[in-house]
Write a protein that binds this ligand. Structure first.
Ligand SMILES: N[C@@H](CCC[C@H](N)C(=O)O)C(=O)O
Length: 302
């Protein structure tokens, strides 16, 4: 057995600071989990600062030169369809595959729009097919209908978790493509997320684990959000499924009503969410290209 290192072209994108390495699925990456673990590392992963790009503005200020990424999006473009389809697989820094990623879907749509010239795309994910609309740097994704049903979240028990105590946090459990435990608090900045979230993320109540999202409602009806993500095993600057989970849970608890859009602000920017009484939720916000580079892939051959 010989071990070879090859290089493949990749791009880096982010959606409100939730950042991803984007790989065309036509590129051969035999061990996707190993590739994600290596190149997402915040200590030694992909480094935009070392990329020789034409013009400094290709690296968006929001990323502050951070190394690594919150995941790798493997994207298979099927341009023969109208609208074009993209099969999206998110491999996370721990090597796991997530069924859905709201910010990743926005980045996937921006990547595919650039290649096809189409401002409408269908994103195929393990959680279902999601329609995306691109308007300049802003992308809107139809996110499906949030579910509180124990089978969908999924939960270990057969009762919904609505404002239930889980490991000392009062949470509402909802699936917005992936499971979220949402806790409303007075001020998200007062929460030591790294201290409280891991016990909830791994609680027996969630047989597949959960992302842990805290939110605080401002007087103007907007929300601030912070999310500790499964798969990243830490806080990210933004989480799109988490932002939808905040509004879905807020609606369920009577904190908001009607079909109007609600602004949810994670640390990385502002997202606009709708959770209508009937039909799919939507997630809208910016998706930004950062840079292109080449990354090592380990190939084993006999
Ligand atoms: N950041 C994402 C969510 C990614 C999936 C999550 N970490 C999980 O494992 O469920 C988003 O923007 O939705």
């Amino acid at each position: 057995m010989s071990v070879l290192e090859e290089q493949i072209p990749v791009a880096k994108y982010h959606g409100t600071g939730n950042d991803f390495i984007v790989v065309d699925a036509d590129e051969s990456v035999p061990d996707r989990p190993a590739f994600a673990k290596t190149h997402c590392s915040r200590e030694s992963g992909v480094d935009g600062a070392s990329v020789d790009v034409d013009g400094a503005d290709t690296v968006d200020a929001d990323d502050s030169g951070r190394r690594g990424a919150d995941g790798v999006l493997f994207l298979a473009l099927e341009g023969r369809y109208s609208p074009p389809r993209v099969v999206m697989t998110l491999v996370q820094p721990d090597g796991s595959v997530a069924a859905m990623c709201g910010n990743g879907a926005r980045c996937a749509a921006a990547w595919a729009a650039e290649r096809t010239g189409s401002d409408e795309l269908m994103i195929d994910t393990p959680a279902g097919t999601r329609r995306a609309t691109v308007d300049g740097g802003r992308v809107t994704i139809e996110m499906g209908v949030p579910s509180f049903h124990p089978r969908d979240v999924p939960l270990a028990g057969d009762e919904e978790l609505i404002e239930a105590d889980v490991e000392g946090l009062t949470v509402t459990a909802v699936n917005t493509g992936v499971p979220h435990a949402v806790a409303f608090v007075d001020d998200v900045d007062d929460v030591d997320l790294d201290a409280v979230a891991p016990a909830v993320r791994h609680a027996d109540a969630f047989p597949q684990g959960a992302n842990v999202t805290v939110a605080s409602q401002s007087d103007d009806g907007t929300f601030r959000q912070r999310t500790f993500e499964r798969g990243v095993e830490g806080e990210t600057r933004s989480c799109g499924t988490g932002a939808v989970a905040v509004v879905a849970a807020a609606k369920r608890l009577g904190r908001v009503g009607g079909d109007d859009s609600v602004v949810v602000s994670p640390p990385g920017g502002d997202l606009e969410i709708t959770v209508p009484d009937v039909g799919p939720a939507t997630l809208a916000g910016p998706a930004a290209y950062e840079f292109e580079t080449e990354l090592d892939v380990t190939v084993r051959s006999r």
